[in-house]
Design a protein around this ligand. Structure first.
Ligand code: ADP
Ligand code: TRP
Length: 330
């Protein structure tokens, strides 16, 4: 068991896809077996884009059920809802006072929103709320509140973790050593999961396979994977096929070698290959999907797990907040 503390937040904005599962969720769940892990559903971070409480609540249940169903180790991992911890609002307010405004002006997501407005001929700040502008301060509060050492995030979030280090540094310089320096850990860009059209699977390309799609929908999506026009009898290069690239992430080494050979030998049409792929993914996901569906039908059970997580997270949060208040307010 490592003594490093891992922390990550997942925004409740809808069902993750197979790329998120292989690239982010699966490694996180693996890591939670050997590290003390804080994993929370970042519902406060969803507020700047989702203004419908029932949607946030529903998506929060979905992410929680999904993590539990995938086998998150609830002994090592503290799973909770960000908004349940009162200390987060306090720390956010306190950190406002050591965060330079110029740092926020440099945030990629804020700059992207301004660029979009300018390109559309709108006022630069049109539609931009303070939740978006101060998003990195709230994220810094998340990271520092739980004394995190390691923060696994996607590449798009790296700047936010660097901001957390900057803000922790300003704080420590002003008030003395109070916060640890968190390290961002970025998921490898290699081994990217392709989507239905062969490009990287991504919400922005509309080419995704949802992780817990019902069996019928999973099959339909897989049958829609775009292929070239080779005939069944033609020899095929597995490395060029999205079907094989997806299969690789779900099968054993022997199965992968066998499937590659079927591509190279010729005689297997793409329809057959897709059926083999569907059966493999379905067999891997059937059990967690059933557990996910059971939990979604019993949200009381999710509430109880999140309440327990909030209790455990609060202990650490209260201790950190007391330390920060003492440093700032005496
Ligand atoms: P999207 O591109 O669909 O918006 P996100 O940027 O929200 O996905 O990704 C969240 C996490 O999932 C990141 O850690 C990222 O590394 C991982 N991820 C996303 N898409 C893929 C993919 N196609 N293959 C592997 N990992 C991925
Ligand atoms: N901003 C992250 C995202 O959009 C989610 C998040 C919120 C987070 N707070 C965090 C991630 C703290 C890591 C650490 O994906």
């Amino acid at each position: 068991m490592s003594d490093k503390i891992v922390l990550t937040g997942i925004k409740p904005t809808g069902m993750p896809h197979l790329g998120n599962y292989v690239g982010a969720l699966k490694p996180l769940i693996e890591q939670s077996k050997s590290h003390k892990t804080f994993m929370f559903i970042a519902d406060l971070h969803a507020l700047n884009t989702i203004h419908d409480a029932s949607q946030i609540k529903q998506h929060t249940y979905e992410i929680a059920a999904l993590l539990i169903a995938l086998g998150l180790d609830l002994n090592n991992a503290v799973l909770f809802r960000q908004s349940d911890i009162n200390e987060i609002y306090h720390l956010n307010t306190l950190l406002n006072n050591v965060t330079p405004k110029g740092l926020m002006n440099r945030a990629h997501s804020y700059k992207a929103a301004m660029d979009k407005n300018t390109a559309a001929g709108l006022d630069v700040d049109a539609g931009i709320n303070m939740g978006l502008y101060t998003y990195p301060i709230l994220m810094t509060a998340d990271i520092l509140l739980y004394n995190s050492d390691i923060v696994p995030v996607g590449a798009d979030q790296k700047q936010h973790v660097e901001f957390a280090r900057d803000i922790a540094g300003y704080f420590n310089k002003t008030y003395g050593d109070t916060f640890k320096m968190p390290e961002p850990v970025i998921g490898e860009e290699t081994g990217l999961i392709p989507g239905l059209d062969g490009r990287k699977m991504s919400k922005s390309y509309d080419n995704i396979i949802p992780l817990f799609a019902p069996e019928k929908e999973l099959k339909k999506k897989i049958m829609r994977i775009i292929t070239d026009s080779k005939l069944p009898e033609d020899k095929k290069d597995p490395e060029e096929s999205t079907i094989y690239q997806l299969y690789k992430h779900f099968a054993t080494d022997d199965e992968i070698a066998q499937f590659a050979e079927m591509f190279r030998a010729g005689g297997m049409g793409y329809g057959t290959a897709k059926t083999i792929l569907f059966e493999k993914i379905n067999s891997v996901l059937a059990e967690p999907r059933a557990e996910y569906e059971r939990l979604m039908a019993n949200t009381d059970e999710i509430d109880a797990i999140l309440a327990d997580g909030a209790k455990r997270a609060s202990l650490v949060a209260a201790e950190t907040l007391a330390r920060v208040k003492k440093a700032m307010l005496g």
